[in-house]
Design a protein around this ligand. Structure first.
Ligand code: ARG
Length: 459
């Protein structure tokens, strides 16, 4: 039976029920709804609305329901209730009769749903932090397995300058650390309790909102009842954080798909995260990585959908806001799965260090080193850049790398070039010369890697 039947002479249409009912999905917040109700019953008892005996009956029944819900023993859908809030109230009335009918005193589903959803987000933020940390850990372990490897670094997907492989891993570590810090920030900002805001205007009963907030693990109560029931910024921030992190996963995936291609051949992926072709027996496709990239679309879509849902809503609660949940549930679930699969991919990959090295040395990626060498001889950088470009052109004509040109050939472009240019043109030279904070030298990268491994426990 609906919570609000008294004013209605006729029942709802089936199609209206199908559109209106949220129990099929908001049952995911059952535990949070019951926790919130336990704390609300205590607040009502303290405010003199419930006797302590009534409160104890409610708390015992709610605790029992919560245990059943957590054990998967409740068939929510069979109840025919409208949403998780009506379901819990109906179950209490079923068990306790009039005592169950007292719980909703001074409360609205509007402050209730805002509280439940914040609690739900908070729980998931904690487990997502563990998932993101696991990706950081996998990246660091992957870097540790190939500490000395050198890969080509790209701009415009053209070989640009060689880099140490751990440098690439540590770039993604930085991105995921920022995702973690976004989760921490949003946790701190959303950790205010709406309960006690009523439908929109506050409640007439003298409940202690500070105590309610504290008992539910919030830092403080929300300060404005209108805002408390109609704010969904916390969901948007979670969706934005999920979207940003999915974008990071997608770029990681894109790099690895390319490194794994037959053309690059820089690495091998494990059988456990790849699949074959129904027709072409030789194929081993990087499906896990393609799905990391592909699932971004739906997560970004959920962020966009909620922004659009919220943008035109007048204060305070409107039923449009019921649309906040399914997208967020899906986004969180997809993000969680993608973080886990990213770990599996990273843990399974084996770098072909020799192929990486050969590719890194190709493509004239030591041309900057030649320009810097000429700067060392007193030539202004812009002129040195031009000379180095001419050397590349000459080398291209001979179909050879710069270091294979003879001294005479090099000197035909610039007489300042000497025998001492050859060591400068070696692969490691250019890499390890970038021995500056944030650079790619073996020393800097190893130091950064160990620093991160040490920090890992603090994440
Ligand atoms: N199922 C609703 C939601 O998710 C709960 C709040 C209903 N409030 C109301 N005034 N109808 O938003």
């Amino acid at each position: 039976m609906a919570l609000w039947g008294g004013r209605f002479a006729a029942g709802s249409s089936n199609m209206f029920r199908q559109v209106n009912d949220s129990l099929p999905f908001d049952q995911a917040m059952a535990a949070q709804d019951m926790e919130g109700s336990i704390v609300w019953s205590r607040a009502l008892a303290k405010a003199g609305v419930l006797t302590s005996e009534e409160q104890q009956q409610l708390e015992a029944a709610l605790s029992e329901l919560k245990a059943q819900a957590e054990a998967g023993e409740i068939d929510f859908n069979a109840s025919g209730e409208e949403d998780i809030h009506s379901f819990v109230e109906a179950a209490l009335i079923d068990k306790l009769g009039d005592v169950g009918r007292k719980l909703h005193t001074g409360r609205s589903r509007n402050d209730q749903v805002a509280t439940d959803f914040r609690l739900w987000c908070r729980t998931h933020i904690e487990s997502l932090k563990t998932d993101v940390t696991a990706v950081v850990r996998s990246l660091l372990h992957t870097a540790s397995r190939h500490q000395q490897a050198i890969i080509p670094g790209y701009t415009h997907l053209q070989r640009a300058q060689p880099i140490r492989f751990p440098h690439w891993c540590l770039a993604y570590v930085e991105m995921f650390k920022r995702d973690l810090s976004r989760l921490n920030d949003l946790h701190a900002r959303m950790n205010q309790c709406p309960l006690g805001s009523g439908a929109l205007a506050g409640t007439t009963y003298p409940v202690d909102r500070h105590e309610i907030a504290e008992q539910l693990g919030f830092t403080s109560p929300c300060l404005n009842s209108l805002d408390a029931v109609s704010d969904r910024d916390f969901v948007l921030e979670l969706l934005f954080t999920a979207s940003t992190s999915m974008m990071h996963l997608s770029r990681l995936a894109e790099d690895l798909i390319f490194y794994n291609s037959g053309e690059a051949g820089f690495l091998q992926l494990g059988d456990s995260v790849t699949s074959g072709s129904s027709l072409m027996p030789q194929k081993k496709n990087p499906d896990a990585l393609e799905l990391l990239r592909g699932k971004c679309g739906r997560v970004f879509g959920h962020l966009q959908a909620l922004l659009v849902t919220m943008k035109g809503l007048p204060l305070a609660y409107n039923k449009d806001m019921q649309e906040d949940k399914e997208g967020a549930f899906d986004a969180v679930n997809q993000w969680h799965c993608c973080l886990c699969i990213a770990c599996e991919v990273l843990d399974s990959l084996a770098l072909n260090e020799e192929r990486c090295r050969i590719a890194a040395a190709q493509g004239y990626s030591n041309a900057t080193e030649l320009a810097d060498y000429l700067v060392g001889k007193g030539i202004p950088f812009r002129t040195a850049h031009d000379i180095s470009g001419q050397v590349v052109l000459l080398a291209l004509e001979h179909n050879a790398p710069i270091e294979d040109l003879s001294l005479e050939q090099l000197q035909s472009v610039c007489s300042d070039i000497d025998e001492d240019v050859y060591p400068v043109l070696q692969l490691e030279y250019g890499v390890d010369k970038r021995n500056i904070l944030g650079g790619t030298s073996a020393e800097t990268v190893t130091k950064a890697l160990y620093q991160e491994l040490e920090n890992m426990d603090k994440l």
